[in-house]
Design a protein around this ligand. Structure first.
Ligand code: FAD
Length: 408
């Protein structure tokens, strides 16, 4: 049986980031991923993109992968506009107001994934076990044994589950979760509009859910159109012209008309939070620990902070000669991240509820809140810092400034 310091199950963006952070710190890691590695340049564009915060940019920069991601395609947006279908006024955020070059980036997941995998291949501390499917886990006092379909078993002092919201590891270990079905789904697609987006991310709150246009290169935008699940099928299969017309109208012609579009995909939405992120020798990170409403594009960003925080806790413990798989060490990670994630989850829940009930008092209060934020420079600045992921207790990897040279 091959022995490692840590086994990470799930090589999505969050698991691959954790592997990079640990591997670069000298921890011997096995990364298990079910899907075959991406062949650079061969995949079609992702219909769903990620809004990546400045904190996540810093993590990628610290790991030496940011330059590669940027070269492949990271679209910086400088402004954000948010408005409500039933209310008045637009709340506008501009990075110049806080002296920053941009508010964040819109990036296709395949670019992040490819950059991380390229970096992982160069680390002799990391073994990529891929494609390989996790099958079973048994936790012992001093180690964890992991079995895989069609690959030899492995063991380590610690297992990190980064295997997504359906986490087979979490389920197999009977780690409890709290769930809420939003009864909403998001339709995602790349679209081209007749008017330029001017590097601005825009979101309109509609009674059924928010509609976001995220700016991308060459005048394209990526849309995230959230609506009650029963309405989505019709739009998924609608003729392109019908889809373009309905989307244009739902967005109030803010970017003129929709003139072209790519593949459409639907993502059902749920809120999920693991009651505990850790048990002895096992930690959950990313969507395995929490799945949140995508209305502020924070899910993967929270997962990246989990990965950076856990890697920091583990490396500090090792340096001090402590057992990184012990509950006492892993609880430090849970205390660090669970509260912040819960806060973001509740905020997204509240915003979704407030703006999805157009006749309620809460809705009026929400509109008033939007206008107050628009009128207060202080509130705008605070909102922007939070949206950029720069609030709270950040892991060291997320504190490197963009002025510093990239480490690769
Ligand atoms: C419509 C929509 C829009 C979103 N937009 C944004 C956004 O703009 N910004 C943002 O920050 N977040 C966004 N999110 C959230 C984001 O998609 C998730 O938070 C993110 O993908 C979670 O990453 P992860 O690596 O934790 O999990 P996943 O991406 O689910 O990766 C899990 C990995 O584990 C692997 N795996 C699973 N089971 C096994 C097994 N048995 N054996 C081996 N490997 C296994 C899978 O193959 C996969 O690679 C959005 C979500 C939705 C639904």
């Amino acid at each position: 049986m091959s022995r490692f310091d840590a086994i990470i199950i799930g090589g999505g963006v969050v698991g691959a980031t954790a592997a990079c952070a640990l591997g670069e710190a000298g921890v011997r890691v096995a990364l298990i991923e079910a899907r075959a590695p991406l062949a650079p340049g061969l995949q079609s564009p992702d219909a769903r993109v990620f809004a990546i915060t400045r904190a996540s940019e810093r993590i990628f920069r610290s790991l030496g992968v940011w330059d590669v991601i940027q070269r492949q395609g990271a679209f910086a947006f400088s402004d954000m506009e948010v408005w409500d279908a039933a209310g008045e006024g637009v709340t506008h955020f501009d990075c110049a107001e806080i002296g920053e070059p941009c508010l964040g980036y819109i990036i296709e997941p395949r670019f992040i994934q490819a950059a991380l995998w390229q970096q992982l291949q160069s680390l002799d501390t990391v073994s990529l076990v891929c494609p390989a499917r996790f099958q079973g886990i048994s936790v012992h006092d001093d180690r964890v044994d992991v079995t895989l379909e069609d690959s030899p078993p492995l063991n380590a002092e610690l297992v990190i589950a980064a295997d997504g919201s359906r986490s087979p590891v979490r389920n197999m270990l009977h780690m409890k979760t709290h769930r809420h079905d939003y009864r909403q789904s998001s339709l995602v697609a790349l679209v081209k509009t007749s008017e330029p987006h001017r590097n601005t991310a825009r979101q309109r709150f509609l009674p059924g859910g928010p509609l976001a246009f995220l700016p991308m290169a060459d005048g394209w935008s990526s849309i995230v159109w959230t609506m009650p699940t029963e309405n989505i099928e019709r739009l998924l299969i609608a003729d392109r012209e019908v889809f373009h017309e309905e989307l244009t109208a739902a967005f109030e012609y803010r970017l003129g008309t929709v003139v072209d579009s790519g593949e459409r995909e639907a993502w059902p939405l749920q809120r999920l939070h693991a009651e505990h992120y850790v048990i002895p020798r096992v930690a959950l990170i990313g969507d395995a620990a929490h799945a949140i409403h995508p209305l502020a594009g924070q899910g993967v960003n929270l997962g990246l902070l989990d990965a950076a925080a856990l890697a920091e806790v583990i490396t500090v413990a090792r340096r001090r000669g402590r057992d990184p798989g012990s509950l006492a060490v892993l609880r430090r990670y849970e205390r660090w991240r669970r509260g912040d994630n819960l806060l973001m989850m509740m905020a997204m829940d509240g915003i979704n509820r407030v703006f999805s009930n157009p006749r309620s008092l809460l809705h009026r209060a929400g509109n008033r809140g939007l206008s107050l934020v628009n009128r207060s420079a202080l509130a705008r600045r605070q909102f922007m810092r939070h949206a950029m992921g720069l609030g709270g207790d950040l892991p060291v990897l997320a504190t490197v400034s963009e002025e510093m040279p990239a480490s690769d």
